[in-house]
Design a protein around this ligand. Structure first.
Ligand SMILES: Nc1ncnc2c1ncn2[C@@H]1O[C@H](COP(=O)(O)OP(=O)(O)OP(=O)(O)O)[C@@H](O)[C@H]1O
Length: 256
């Protein structure tokens, strides 16, 4: 049997309580090198709390979160508010807080598909360009794991789809794993290897197709996204290696 690469992140029986509210309970998940995992769930289902627990900003009430040694995480926030009166170019912004070389900046902007933008004012960026610049900044950390908390908020569906395709491209080029939060499964699914549907606990998980048709997911989101699912799904032209389990169904009895 081949060795299974150790997970970058292993979450076991995680519970988070805020005040008297049990925001998360019994959450198990693993993130393996190079995979794209999306957390979907309705508003208030604990998605951001789970991400914050993984980066260490929220303390577990129960359970454990194990990070692989020397794990580098690149974080892309939902949104970044920049004072529009503050003049700052994209290149300067990418040097905050760590100074980068012109080559590093050019490389990161190339990777996110914005090769000519380094002199542009941050205040002049479109929503989609801003998200890509935030992604470029995260990539400058040379992350093993990219963490994105609703990175396409404010983008239209076409912009969101383009952004998620960019994420797939980044994964293919850099080999980093990606954990992202979204409540638009119909848009993110083309870019996801696995989806975890969260509602305080893990309702169901598996490939995007499995989750989209799971009764637990449909109970939360209804069935109205099926047309859009067909629209945005594209064929993966790579085979998943079997270095790590790719659970296909929520009844399987192993960590996700
Ligand atoms: N600092 C806090 N103080 C009090 N309640 C909180 C705090 N952080 C989160 N909560 C509560 O925990 C629950 C989960 O919040 P969380 O932001 O994790 O959900 P979410 O799934 O990311 O939601 P959304 O899709 O709306 O961003 C909500 O009921 C929220 O009100």
């Amino acid at each position: 049997m081949r060795d299974i690469a150790p997970p970058l992140i292993a979450v076991r029986n995680l519970g988070v309580r805020i005040g008297t509210l049990d925001v998360l309970r019994n959450v198990d998940l693993e993130i393996h090198p190079g995979e794209i995992v999306t957390i979907v769930g309705p508003n208030g289902s604990g998605k951001s709390t789970l991400v914050r627990a993984i980066v260490g900003a929220v303390r577990p009430h129960t359970g454990t979160i194990t990070r692989s040694p020397a794990l580098r995480i690149g974080y892309v926030p939902q949104k970044l508010h920049i004072d529009p009166t503050l003049p700052i170019t994209v290149a300067r912004f990418l040097c905050l807080p760590t100074r980068r070389t012109a080559d590093q900046i050019a490389g990161a902007l190339n990777t996110v598909g914005l090769p000519d933008l380094h002199k542009r004012q941050m205040s002049a960026l479109s929503g989609g360009q801003m998200q890509r610049v935030l992604l470029a900044r995260a990539l400058l950390e040379a992350p093993d794991l990219l963490l994105l908390d609703e990175p396409t908020q404010g983008l239209d569906q076409r912009g969101s789809a383009a952004f998620y395709h960019q994420i797939e491209d980044v994964r293919a080029r850099l080999g980093c794993a990606v954990l992202m939060v979204s409540h638009e499964l119909h848009v993110v699914m083309s870019a996801s290897d696995r989806v975890i549907c969260l509602n305080g606990h893990v309702c169901c998980h598996g490939t995007p197709e499995v989750v989209a048709t799971a009764p637990e997911y449909r109970a939360l989101f209804g069935t109205g996204t099926q047309g859009a699912l067909a629209l945005y799904r594209h064929t993966h032209d790579h085979a998943h290696d079997d270095d790590h389990p790719q659970p296909g169904h929520h009844h399987e009895d192993h960590a996700i």
